[in-house]
Design a binder for this molecule. Structure first.
Ligand SMILES: *[C@@H]1O[C@H](CO)[C@@H](O)[C@H](O)[C@H]1NC(C)=O
Ligand SMILES: *[C@@H]1O[C@H](CO)[C@@H](O)[C@H](O)[C@H]1NC(C)=O
Ligand SMILES: *[C@@H]1O[C@H](CO)[C@@H](O)[C@H](O)[C@H]1NC(C)=O
Length: 831
């Protein structure tokens, strides 16, 4: 097949030849200029003829795609596809570079655009060019600025990682690069598997199978991913992992650029690094992950370790024993292990060293790049929920600190090249210190510690008493002034610096004197207004009702501690204002308002497709977990509901109103039963009935929120025509009949992922179980959402039916608390 270099005018002639003689003509240029088009049987070729771009049909498919493949190989290996999900069915497709620098694929007979490289055109582009480079990157640049392309195919990975491509996350823009398998060899549409970096906790490489983790490459230890013990310097390629404030990514580059190498994620979920063997004209496997049984995510459960050289492969880490010995013997290991002797956070606890491991899942971890191993141990020891620690970077003498909280998941034991982990142990389980001198130190330390702690406690108490007394005096001096800025307390207390104080004047101006036009809504503790600060910054202003009896000093302390809670799924508290008896909280403003305005609204709900809803539920779960477990305050929200979930510009959910109950003080609530914390329909039975709240009552509310998001129905107010159950009862009925899918909001149509829906409903039902002790913790909820293992069966739900609803005629007593107007809501003090 002859290649001809043709000019634009000759090209038109060329087409006629093609049409009549069916000769495939290669348009052997490497660029496409503005307003230029390539048709079905034309291609462009990179300067060294390494790569070629054009239309192709994969395997036995009759569909047509625009893609990039290696040019000089005996068979076509596609490395990138443009219109993965929108194939053309005719040979009349055209790829055009528009005058504004956007690549579009158009069906010339139908006239419609099926793919485009950008949603909108950039009007500042004046002279765009598209060029296929020898790296396989197809770039669009403006003028002569080839260094900073306005678009490049390397940013939109298909199933192949070429040398020089990166995968990871840009923290500044939030842009994520992952590579995703094809659906099948014949269909390049987005398949089930994708590989990228998960940035929850310390970033780690993760292969996802739909919403579930299939394999963890794991965290980078400075030399390699902990899950790739075989990754090491080699003559073919260099690799680098970058983690800084701006981004995190992995890439590799060829040392000898005349070889061909690619990493592919196949439709069956296998990842292979392949090297082209010129002699036999085949791709040979250079390196893959081990891909054995032990690479299956969490195959041995929490605190279990998988060792491919033992039989059975699962073992409990030293100091741990199977949670369920019978199942363990039957090689049913996914339940994992528990401590032989539980921890009680006593002073004698320490750490045992475990070597040659694949480090556990870092999604619930914390890290610091500069701490030493010693500081890291101290940090872990000082926090009872810290279960393990290790060096972040093992190169050289080792540096940085990585801490784990809660269960340790997905560990394996290697025969060599593994990592070292230090796991928290009760005193009786600690390994004896090897030589004589240190063991005597050990004994001395054990005697010293109780004495030292008693002394310390006394000293701290004396200090605190003195400090409180001093603060109280200062506070009394300060009550005469109106504006907190003038409060003398302010100049002394350095902690005040951490919380911006707004003056009443600023807030009056921002909210138009608390104009009713600025009112966003009425929360449990008072109205919320939208405000605009002088610099144009938008804020939400919550004016707490004036009846609070909490002292100013306590209020401010609470606000300061709450403002320290920072998580991307929590609304940020920006500051407060205290003016006379007024207490006001200032939050970041959320333009998309509450989730309720979407899911309970007929027209808006169409905008929330299933993947978004799923993301929102996961976000809420993470925010709640942070409140319950990861933050120092351990806050029970007590009023989690759909209208308390706000959405930011990108539809990320943010929990609002957390800590308000705390800030506001509970005494007043007991006195005033009109103002309840909690909302009927979301309150767990033990909370609504007896005022007992715990993290498990939040879990209940979370379960209700999940069911509401899935169904688009309000729990309270939902009555099914046939059986007048509320939403929870209805869901329970459908679940038992195996018809959970019927619960799904009709407007979701085809966007749903049935297995995700069924799993979510199942988890939702586990959360709304009647007895708090049956409900999972948020940690388990997140694990259940992120994996695909079997789930326990939910027991009957508990639910509270509001006053104006009738109990169902057939309801047994176990179906919730029967309602009457006399139920009083009392609040117990949480502190
Ligand atoms: C772009 O191409 C079309 C079709 O070939 C032609 O009609 C049009 O005049 C071109 N526009 C410019 C600005 O070159
Ligand atoms: C690069 O690889 C090619 C093909 O394998 C080989 O012929 C050549 O000698 C290599 N060059 C270097 C500098 O190693
Ligand atoms: C997955 O597909 C690849 C490529 O077709 C093949 O080499 C590999 O053996 C397959 N893996 C499994 C587990 O079937």
């Amino acid at each position: 097949m002859a290649e001809r270099r043709v000019t634009k005018t000759k090209l038109i002639f060329g087409f006629q030849v093609i049409l009549y003689a069916s000769i495939i003509c290669t348009y052997a240029a490497d660029t496409l200029s503005a307003n230029q088009t390539i048709k079905y049987n034309e291609t462009i070729v990179s300067p060294q003829e390494t790569f070629e771009l054009g239309f192709f049909s994969p395997g036995n498919s009759k569909n047509h795609y625009v893609g990039i493949w290696y040019k000089k190989r005996s068979y076509r290996t596609v490395v990138w596809v443009a219109n993965r999900n929108t194939p053309l069915t005719h040979t009349s497709g055209e790829l055009t570079l528009t005058l504004r620098g956007v690549l579009i694929i158009r069906d010339a007979t139908m006239g419609n655009i099926t793919w485009s490289s950008a949603n909108s055109s950039n009007t500042s582009v004046t002279n765009p060019t598209a060029q296929l480079l020898d790296t396989g990157n197809f770039i669009v640049y403006d003028g002569l600025n080839q260094e900073n392309p306005i678009w490049q195919s390397f940013d939109f990975l298909s199933d192949t990682l070429l040398p020089g491509m990166k995968y990871g996350v840009d923290f500044v823009t939030g842009f994520e690069r992952r590579y995703t398998s094809w659906k099948s060899d014949d269909d390049p549409a987005f398949g089930e598997f994708s590989y990228g970096i998960d940035i929850r906790g310390y970033p780690q490489a993760i292969l996802m199978d739909g919403p579930n983790v299939k394999f963890r490459g794991g965290p980078w230890n400075g030399l390699r991913y902990t899950g790739y013990p075989n990754l090491r310097p080699n003559p073919i390629y260099n690799y680098t992992f970058v983690l800084n404030k701006r981004e995190t990514y992995f890439r590799y580059d060829l040392i000898n650029t005349s070889v061909l190498m690619r990493v592919v994620l196949f439709p069956n979920g296998t990842i292979q690094r392949l090297l082209w063997a010129d002699d036999n004209q085949v791709w040979k496997i250079y390196l893959g992950p081990l891909g054995d049984q032990c690479d299956l995510y969490a195959v041995c459960g929490p605190f279990g370790s998988c060792n491919i050289e033992t039989s059975p492969v699962c073992e409990c880490l030293k100091g741990f024993e199977p949670k369920s010995p019978e199942q363990w013997r039957a090689a049913e290991s996914s339940q994992g292990c528990k401590r032989t002797i539980p921890l009680d956070c006593g002073p004698g606890e320490g750490f045992n060293q475990y070597s040659n491991l694949k480090l556990p899942d870092t999604r619930s971890s914390w890290y610091n790049q500069t701490m030493t191993l010693g500081e890291c141990e101290k940090k872990c020891k000082s926090d009872c929920s810290c279960t393990a620690y290790t060096n972040l970077n093992i190169s050289g003498a080792g540096s940085g600190c990585l801490l784990w909280f809660g269960d340790l998941m997905d560990i394996r034991t290697y025969s060599k090249n593994g990592d070292t982990l230090y796991i928290r142990m009760p005193p009786s389980e600690l390994d004896l210190i090897a030589n004589g001198t240190s063991s005597s130190v050990g004994i001395r330390v054990r005697v010293m510690v109780p004495i030292a702690s008693v002394v310390l406690v006394i000293l701290v108490s004396i200090y605190l008493l003195f400090y409180r007394f001093k603060r109280k005096k200062q506070h009394q001096q300060g009550t005469h002034t109106n504006m907190i800025e003038h409060d003398p307390e302010n100049r002394n207390g350095d902690e005040d610096l951490e919380l911006p104080l707004f003056s009443m004047f600023t807030l009056l101006k921002a909210t138009n004197n608390f104009s009713m036009y600025n009112k966003l809504g009425e929360g449990g503790f008072g109205p919320v207004y939208k405000g605009v600060l002088e610099d144009g910054h938008e804020i939400a202003v919550k004016r707490l009702a004036k009846t609070s009896t909490q002292g100013l000093y306590e209020f401010k302390n609470e606000v300061i501690s709450i403002s320290k809670l920072q998580h991307r799924n929590l609304v940020k508290l920006l500051g407060c204002c205290i003016d006379g008896s007024e207490k006001i909280l200032i939050y970041e403003y959320m333009p998309n308002k509450g989730l309720d305005s979407f899911i309970f609204d007929k027209s808006q709900s169409k905008l929330l497709e299933w993947p978004t809803r799923y993301q929102i539920i996961n976000g809420i779960a993470r925010g709640l977990l942070y409140l319950h477990q990861d933050s120092r305050l351990r806050i029970v929200h007590r009023d989690l509901k759909v209208s308390n979930i706000l959405l930011d510009m990108d539809m990320n959910p943010k929990i609002s109103d957390f800590g308000t109950a705390r800030t506001f003080g509970e005494k007043q609530l007991e006195a005033n039963t009109n103002r309840v914390v909690g909302t009927y329909g979301y309150m767990a039975p033990e909370y609504a009935g007896d005022g007992i709240f715990s993290t498990k009552s939040d879990v209940y509310s979370f379960g209700v929120v999940v069911l509401e998001i899935v169904s688009g129905e309000k729990n309270r107010g939902f009555i099914h025509k046939k059986h007048c159950n509320n939403l929870i009862g209805h869901t329970w009925g459908l679940h038992n009949e195996g018809k959970s899918l019927q619960l799904v909001d009709k407007c979701l149509g085809d966007s749903i992922n049935a297995s995700q829906v069924i799993r979510l409903i199942h988890v939702g039902l586990l959360c709304v179980q009647r007895h708090p002790e049956d409900r999972p913790t948020m940690t388990s909820v997140i694990l259940m959402l992120g994996s695909e293992g079997p789930l326990p069966s939910p027991k009957e739900p508990g639910f509270y039916i509001g006053e104006n609803m009738q109990d169902t005629p057939q309801s047994s007593s176990s179906y919730g608390i029967s309602s009457n107007n006399g139920v009083s809501i009392t609040m117990l003090d949480g502190r």
